[in-house]
Ligand binder design. Structure first.
Ligand SMILES: Nc1ncnc2c1ncn2[C@@H]1O[C@H](COP(=O)(O)OP(=O)(O)OP(=O)(O)O)[C@@H](O)[C@H]1O
Ligand code: SF4
Ligand SMILES: [Mg+2]
Length: 365
């Protein structure tokens, strides 16, 4: 094994730290598992990260890698909606401004989450009730946390609709979700998510269903509102183009675990994990032909019930057969610090990774 792996700090396992952290948000060894008839689905299996106010963390990974389950876990929604069929087993620690959400007094936690956190879902219809007007829903969301009369709350709803760029907000406030276009619905949901100036905003594929122009407008909007309110944002997406624009930090998920994380600049310019190389290769580029654009990472996502032994990326990794000093194929690579604040979970030596990146990968990107 290389020096790097011997000396690097392991952060994938339960974090040694204990007690309240100083970070605004700190997730420690989060696990969200679902018991099913086929076995235990380990959708999120030991995720740790921190996030400060005013910063954006991008979480990327292919479909089924555990991005939404992570966000629902943080929001405390792992028993709701489509995830409600089976009760999740959730463990680890989620610290928000010094309060631990998983073990804390659940009434207090619910209030804290409602006041300080908000989520933008991929599908606005899952967040908006079809039978109530957009305005009524924003008013209700506001009044849960503010002791104001309906008139004041309605003014606030109109103001928010205006902020998110809905024309004639004083009229559209009385419209129903089905009367809005997809992009407008997404904006209305963002207005609802932001009505209480959340300190933490989780945006789960907020623009995937939208066309490119609307997508850019919505991302600008999130960025503007973040600047104004100083919120922390978790931006979940499979689109690296979106995180390249938005994120300060990046966390790459594979099979329910983090395989690489660091500042967005580091991860984009000096990615260290073969899966991240694959993702970068599939990133759309304006200067490329449409047919050249999306080269997906070859192979299928792993089973979350029986992850492959050793490195979960092993069956798909083009470098799996490169000999690694003193490492057997069944040994699981832990996250190791490969640069300041930059972590990667791969057995390859720093020299090998550097060689492959500069000679084989970077020239093709
Ligand atoms: N209630 C549940 N019971 C069993 N498995 C579940 C449940 N909820 C989620 N899963 C599984 O957990 C895994 C991770 O799901 P998740 O929705 O987090 O993926 P994702 O990364 O958000 O994917 P996408 O990019 O498609 O949105 C999936 O394999 C999913 O089937
Ligand atoms: S540990 Fe091995 S299989 Fe896993 S990413 Fe690194 S080289 Fe590939
Ligand atoms: Mg998802």
């Amino acid at each position: 094994m290389t020096q790097l792996h011997k000396t690097g700090a392991a952060v994938g396992e339960p974090v040694a730290a204990s007690g309240a952290p100083s970070a605004f948000l700190e997730v420690r060894d989060l696990k969200v598992h679902f018991p099913t008839d086929d076995g235990l689905v380990k959708s999120v299996d030991g995720l740790s990260f921190t996030l400060e106010k005013g910063r954006t963390l991008g979480i990327v990974g292919e479909s089924g890698s555990g991005k939404s389950v992570t966000s629902l876990g943080i929001m405390g929604l792992h028993t709701a909606g489509q995830y409600g069929r089976r009760k999740a087993q959730i463990s680890g620690e989620i610290w928000l401004e010094g309060t631990e959400l998983l073990s804390g007094d659940q009434d207090k936690v619910r209030k804290l989450r409602g006041r300080d956190m908000a989520m933008i879902f991929q599908d606005p219809l899952s967040a908006l009730h079809p039978y109530y007007s957009i305005g009524k829903q924003i008013v209700e969301a506001y009044r849960v946390h503010h002791d104001v009369d309906k008139k004041t709350a309605r003014r606030r709803a109109i103001e928010m609709l205006d902020r998110v760029g809905i024309p004639q907000p004083d009229k559209r406030v009385d419209a129903y979700p089905h009367e809005f276009s997809g992009g407008m619905r997404q904006r209305a949901m963002i207005a609802m998510a932001l009505v209480n100036n959340p300190e933490l905003l989780i945006a789960d594929e907020p623009t995937t269903a939208l066309d490119v122009t609307v997508q850019a407008q919505i991302l600008d909007l999130i960025r503007d509102l973040q600047k104004e309110f100083g919120s922390a944002v978790i931006m979940i997406t499979h689109d690296l183009g979106v995180v390249a624009e938005m994120a300060d930090e990046l966390l790459v998920m594979y099979g329910g675990r983090c395989v690489e994380r660091g500042t967005a600049t580091e991860v984009f310019t000096e990615p260290q994990h073969p899966y991240t190389w694959g993702l970068l290769g599939s990133m759309p580029r304006i200067d490329r032909d449409q047919t050249e654009r999306l080269i997906p990472v070859k192979g299928s996502p792993p089973s979350l019930i029986n992850l492959p032994n050793g490195c979960a990326f092993n069956p798909r990794c083009p470098y799996a057969d490169i000999p690694k000093d003193n490492i057997t194929r069944t040994e699981r690579p832990e996250l190791r610090e490969v640069g300041s604040g930059h972590f990667s979970a791969c057995h390859m030596s720093a020299e090998e990774r550097e060689r492959i990146w500069t000679e084989e990968i970077a020239p093709k990107l």
